[in-house]
Design a protein around this ligand. Structure first.
Ligand code: EPZ
Length: 417
């Protein structure tokens, strides 16, 4: 299990480039199952979650090669064998293979995706979507088996907003016959990007990014080239780094318009920043004042930025509150931060209070999940002294070469295996 060793407490400087969106790239690789032609995908981060979905498809005959941040994908020879359950089990995001597999092969059997560090992660919304589309679903203790000789084109109502359930429904409906209307759909930018990707392949999708997506199925899709949008969660994470280390960093190659709620909170607490077409520059982070934050579905404050924002609030004067409305186990990082000197109170599974500002001191801490782990790195760089963070490989799921990129800003961070 690799560790990060950090010596913090110093100001950083320079520019950090944001890479492609993990939660867009993964779904486009899954969507390539629908396209028996050559697909070129640019700006794909080299991270383990992306590699995992590549491994699942290549182990069943897909041809996928990487040249830097460009993937060349050809699923022409993908067999209808069920995806390797050992690989699927390792990553909940594999769930987005259900829609494409049902549309192409009419069947898929996957292990029950377990819960994870941030919550129980049920899949009832996904099951409900596919039942509405006419799939037969059988369940054993360990597996779900989906079968559908053809999927019904109709109005699909999501009983609760779900990003991947929206994406599964979208990918299941683009090839075939008839019209499908997905109601109460999630509006994340990654869903808009997936729809743009599929429309370039010949799909007919309108309304992505709204609560109602209309799809007119087509007979087949053809090869395309697409560039993945910037990762808004990476961008927000690096903005938080600049604030907690009081560093005038420029976060480049990002899409500030995907961070409206996050930057509104920055303005509320007094962070001075400049934003342009594809960059955010943090100017001043002194004299921050406490505020109350609430995560929500897009365009609300992203739950994946709740931990970095929580760390920022530890440096704000006064009592802040956090209301994590999306997941039920996403406040654990505050206990790790308390080890470093933070004054916080976890009220229940969804709410916490933070009393700031507090000085952080280096400690040996855990990274609990991908985003909490990234937040621990930020905390280590803000803290006086040495910090050791275990489970470094969790951060590699979503942040490519994170220590190398931070070293370029002057950060003292090393990885030990
Ligand atoms: C996606 O997960 C992202 N993952 C998550 O990012 C992100 O935190 C989440 O959306 C919310 O924005 C990927 O895109 C691969 P949901 P997803 O279904 O789709 C409940 C990261 O760090 N729910 O929108 O799984 C669920 O428990 C990851 O990059 C059900 O109850 O999230 C949660 O409380 C973490 N039943 C809420 O809905 C279901 O069938 C929203 O979950 C599905 C979800």
């Amino acid at each position: 299990m690799s560790k990060f060793i950090i010596t913090g407490g110093k100001q950083l400087s320079g520019e950090i480039e944001v890479y492609g969106a993990k939660n867009a790239a993964m779904k486009m690789i899954a969507a390539a199952v629908l396209i028996k032609d050559k697909v070129v995908l640019n700006n794909v981060p080299d991270i383990s979650d992306v590699q995992m979905i590549i491994n699942i498809l290549t182990s069943n005959g897909a041809e996928i090669s990487r040249d830097g941040h460009t993937l060349k994908i050809d699923t022409t020879n993908l067999t209808d064998k069920n995806p390797d359950p050992h690989l699927v089990k390792k990553m909940r995001g594999s769930i987005v293979l259900i829609g494409p597999y049902l549309a192409r092969f009419g069947k898929i059997k996957i292990p029950q995706p377990g819960g994870c560090a941030i919550g129980a992660r049920p899949i009832d919304i996904h099951l409900d979507v596919f039942r509405q589309m006419g799939a037969q679903i059988s369940e054993t203790d360990y597996f779900y088996e989906f079968k559908a000789s053809s999927l019904d084109s109709k109005t699909i109502n999501l009983k609760k907003v779900s990003v991947t359930a929206t994406e599964n429904a979208l990918m299941a409906a683009v090839v075939g016959n008839g019209k499908t209307n997905i109601k109460n759909s999630a509006c994340e930018p990654e869903i808009v990007d997936l729809a743009n990707f599929l429309n370039k392949a010949g799909a007919k999708i309108v309304g992505a990014g709204t609560k109602s997506i209309l799809i007119e199925a087509v007979g087949s899709l053809s090869g395309l080239e697409h560039t993945v949008i910037p990762d808004r969660i990476e961008a927000g994470t690096f903005c938080a780094l600049a604030v907690v280390t009081k560093s005038p960093l420029k976060i480049s190659h990002c899409e500030p318009n995907h961070l409206t709620a996050f930057l509104e909170n920055f303005s509320k607490i007094g962070v001075k920043f400049e934003k342009g077409k594809d960059f955010i520059k943090i100017i001043n982070s002194d004299n921050l004042t406490a505020t109350d934050i609430e995560t929500d579905v897009y365009p609300g404050l992203a739950t994946d930025l709740q931990a970095p924002m929580g760390l920022v609030l530890t440096q704000a004067e006064g009592e802040s509150t956090i209301d994590e409305t999306v997941f039920e186990k996403r406040l654990g990082y505050l206990s790790e931060l308390e080890e470093m000197g933070v004054k916080a109170k976890i009220i229940d599974n969804h709410r916490a209070k933070i009393y700031g500002p507090t000085k952080l001191h280096g400690r040996h801490i855990e990274s609990l999940d991908l985003r909490a782990g990234a937040t621990m790195i930020l905390a280590g760089l803000a803290a006086e002294g040495k910090t050791v963070i275990s489970n470094a490989q969790l951060v590699d799921r979503g942040y490519e070469k994170i220590e190398e990129r931070l070293q370029k800003l002057g950060a003292q961070i090393e990885r030990t295996n």
